[in-house]
Ligand binder design. Structure first.
Ligand code: SF4
Length: 223
């Protein structure tokens, strides 16, 4: 895109600080049902679902966990079977060896240091094997205590298109979003962008003509 066009577009929509709230409000109306798509009944199931969701779809994870969570109810259950059996049970989520190792390492630490409970503190979540910032952010947000902003592929693309960040690296994007997005919206903001990305602002063909942000809030609008 020519630089002059980008400058013009930014001028047209105004600074990001004044746009972020109306963007959130409009997306909240457009995607009133935006929420996590993983199915879970408690913090342990949430943590396992998020760990399994790496490199696969939430629909696929839900299909696997529908039976998995009947067999594995407590951290001890993940350690009571041979690793190969756990691998088989999560096979359909892909990267099953890596994920089985992470799950067993996580369950061991939960039992040894946290009385078998998923810890509340962000720093403690990050100590669990296989739990990086994104996973810890999802778990914290879903428990009502967001510590940052989840950045996945949709959040990254939309934040860039909306002119909320110029960064490519997820950690730097998150830092920009934490400065920009009001703290009370840290949990719902990623859901809104994810659902908008899935339904309207497609990676290859954004449907700007149907987008409620196109007229006055998005510098990348094609209409
Ligand atoms: S106007 Fe187009 S590019 Fe901007 S958010 Fe909407 S669909 Fe995406």
């Amino acid at each position: 895109m020519p630089r002059s066009f980008v400058r013009e577009a930014r001028k047209r929509v105004g600074p990001k600080r004044t746009r972020v709230r109306p963007v959130i409000e409009r997306l909240a109306v457009e995607h009133a049902d935006a929420a996590i798509a993983l199915t879970f009944a408690n913090p342990l199931e949430l943590l396992v679902s998020v760990l399994l969701s790496a490199q696969t779809t939430d629909v696929n994870v839900n299909r696997v966990t529908a039976t998995l969570f009947q067999k594995y109810r407590r951290p001890e259950d993940y350690l009571a079977v041979p690793q190969a059996e756990l691998e088989q049970d999560i096979f359909a989520t892909g990267f099953y060896r890596q994920k089985a190792r992470a799950l067993r390492g996580t369950m061991t630490l939960l039992i040894e240091e946290f009385d078998g409970e998923v810890p509340e503190r962000f720093e403690d979540l990050l100590r669990l094997p296989g739990v990086a910032r994104k996973t810890a952010n999802v778990v914290s947000a879903e428990r009502g205590n967001p510590q940052g902003v989840v950045v996945d592929t949709h959040v990254r693309r939309l934040s860039q298109r909306l002119g909320f960040t110029r960064q490519e690296d997820p950690v730097k994007i998150e830092r920009d979003l934490m400065r920009l997005v009001p703290r009370e919206d840290w949990a719902r903001f990623p859901h809104l962008l994810i659902w908008h990305g899935r339904r309207i602002c497609d990676a290859r063909r954004p449907r700007c003509e149907e987008c409620p942000l196109a007229a006055d809030l998005c510098p990348s609008s094609r209409v």
